[in-house]
Every structure is written in C-alpha cells, then in structure tokens.
Ligand binder design. Structure first.
Ligand code: DAH
Length: 343
C-alpha cells in the first residue's frame, strides 16, 4: 500500500465513522459506532499498524493523517453525545410540559361536617354566657369516668353506659363528664366550663353509634341554684332551637347530680301535638342535668357547704338530627358525599 492508497482508505473510513456516529440514536449506539473504528480492533486503529509497512519517507505523513482522522472521529462522537443528551432533555420537558391555557379546575365547595358545625354553634352559645372550653382525654381511667363521678364499683348505674375497656383500669370514655373532675382538680371556683368531645359506647342502632359526641357543662361557685341551671339551659334552647321553644325538666337519676333532671324541649316537628318523632308525647328529650352531688365535690376536695354547682350533658348528634331533620345517626359517620353535600 502506498501513501495515496493509505490516505484514501483512511478518508473513506473516517467519513463512514462520522456518518454512523451522527446517525446514532442512543448513547450506546454512539459508543458502538466509535469503537468499531477507534476501539482496539477498530478499522481506523488497524490502519495504525499498516504505517510500519509504508516507505520510511511516508511514515510521518501517514502518522499525522491517521491521528487527524482519529481526532475527527472522536470529536464527532463527543458532539453526538452532547446532541443526544440535549434531545433527551427536550423530550422530557415536552412530556412534562404544562398547558397554561387549560381552564383551572374548580375545587369542590367545602363545608364543615354537620357535627362540627353544630358543635361550634353550641360553643358560641355557651362562651357568650361566660363558659370556657375545657378538654380531656378520650382514653380515661375508671376513676375519672366512673368512680369520682359517684358511680361505685359494681353499682347498676354503670350499666347505663356500655363500656369499651382497654385494660382493667382504662376505658374509652363513655361521656364527657370526667372533664368535670379533671377541671375541679386543676382549678379553684368559680368554674364555668363546657367540654365538647368524642365519647364511646358499645351501642349501635338507629339513634346510637359506638362513637358519638357530647358537650358537657359545669358551673361551680358559692350559692349556685337550680334556677340558674334552668335559666342557662332555657337560653341555650332558645338560641339553638328558636325563641318560641318550650322546655320542661323531668326528675331523673344520675350518680353525679342530686337532684337530677332530664330536660325536654317541645317537639320541633308537631308543635307539641304529638307525632312519630316525639312518640306522640309532644316532647323531645335533649339532655341530662342536675346539681353537682356533694360526694363529687368532696372527692375533688371542695367543701359542699361552701360551694354548689350545676352540670349538664348532651349528645351533639341528637341536637343535629333534630335541627336538620336527620333520621339515622349512621349518616354522620358514613362519609357519603350525597349526605354531606346537603350541608
Ligand atoms: N354524662 C351523662 C351521660 O352521658 C349526661 C349528663 C347527665 C351529664 C347529667 C351531666 C349531667 O353533666 O349533669 O348520660
């Protein structure tokens, strides 16, 4: 082979190599193409071994043009890699691109859950009268849930509240009344609190759910009377159910109040005529209340000769069901949007 033949073979290989590299569609293809010419057994690399066979005077020229060819192929390779990277980036940006002309999605209108809504209405009614909100744990001890509230162990009054026990001594609170005890232990009278929150009972039917909500009230001071309890609850009933609402107290029993009362309002659906909702009585029971039992005051270290007080407790679901005409308690907990969207 002479130098001319060497040069033309080299030119041929060089243009073949750069063409293949430029056509490579991926990094792998580009590497393969480059190695086919510059790799250890590559076609251009092999030309290097031919240089030795050329006449001496041609060897420097042959060496120079062979190196130039290698450089050219190498830079074609590097240029193609850069191009491929750029292409890949553009493709990615294309896929992730945002169409700024698309109309915005309107988020669905939100509204508070009916229980949360009525709970905050009730809080407003009582805080306007000077009550403060107090909260307590949902996992309670037997002491706070029962004993300190004057439910002796094994007393049948405990049967009124079907209880979820977690350990021998712990339970899911069956009512919000334990917050009365916690508050009286922590603060000195005058005390005026309401305590909204979740409570639990092993109970499940049209009007009972294993989890539900109550709001508790407690007022302790010197010379508190039942008349003040009645005035407070009358104001609550008027604010919650309307100015014309009638109300009555019926004697009842709770271990932690003496005397105790069950409080009814005139049926909202039949104006006292008697209907299905009120069971033809004309009255709807809405809460329990009474004067704090002296035993309870003594348990928390308050002198019953100095202090008296009243307490009340009601189920929030019941109030919502009456206010909004809802017929089954389970609707509150099913998260069915067709129900929730009505509020
Ligand atoms: N804790 C009672 C219950 O869940 C409701 C109740 C009745 C609370 C009378 C009171 C009260 O504070 O005085 O059945």
């Amino acid at each position: 082979m002479d130098i001319d033949a060497f040069q033309s073979k080299l030119n041929e290989l060089q243009s073949e190599a750069t063409r293949r590299i430029r056509q490579a569609e991926s990094k792998d293809e580009a590497i393969k193409a480059k190695n086919a010419y510059l790799g250890r057994d590559g076609d251009i690399q092999e030309m290097m071994s031919i240089i030795g066979e050329l006449p001496d005077e041609d060897k420097p020229t042959a060496g120079r043009i062979a190196n130039e060819a290698k450089e050219t192929v190498k830079s074609a390779y590097e240029a193609r890699l850069e191009e491929l990277e750029q292409l890949q980036l553009e493709r990615q940006l294309d896929e992730e691109s945002v169409d700024v002309t698309l109309p915005a999605r309107t988020p669905p209108a939100r509204s508070p859950h009916p229980i949360a809504e009525v709970e905050s209405e009730l809080i407003d009614v009582f805080t306007a009268m000077g009550f403060e909100v107090a909260e307590g744990p949902e996992i309670e001890t037997d002491f706070f849930n029962f004993e300190a509230l004057n439910f002796p162990e094994d007393h049948p009054a405990r049967d009124m509240q079907d209880t979820f026990k977690t350990t021998d001594d712990h339970l899911l609170r069956t009512h919000t009344s334990p917050v009365q005890i916690r508050t009286m232990q922590a603060y000195q009278p005058p005390i005026r609190i309401i305590s909204p929150g979740r409570v639990y009972r092993c109970d499940d039917d049209l009007t009972h759910s294993p989890v539900f909500h109550q709001i508790e009230g407690l007022l302790i001071d010197a010379d508190v009377t039942m008349a003040q309890l009645k005035g407070t609850l009358r104001h609550f009933a008027e604010e919650t159910f309307g100015d014309e609402t009638s109300m009555r107290f019926r004697p009842s029993f709770f271990p932690f109040t003496e005397p105790s009362a069950e409080v009814d309002i005139g049926c909202l659906f039949c104006d006292g005529e008697g209907c299905q909702v009120c069971g033809d009585t004309g009255w709807l029971e809405i809460l329990g209340a009474g004067m704090v039992d002296p035993n309870v005051l003594e348990t928390v270290g308050l002198d019953p000769d100095t202090y008296t007080g009243f307490a009340f407790g009601m189920g929030i679901e019941r109030i919502v069901m009456l206010k909004r005409g809802i017929d089954a308690i389970r609707h509150f907990f099913e998260n069915d949007l067709r129900f929730l969207r009505q509020f």
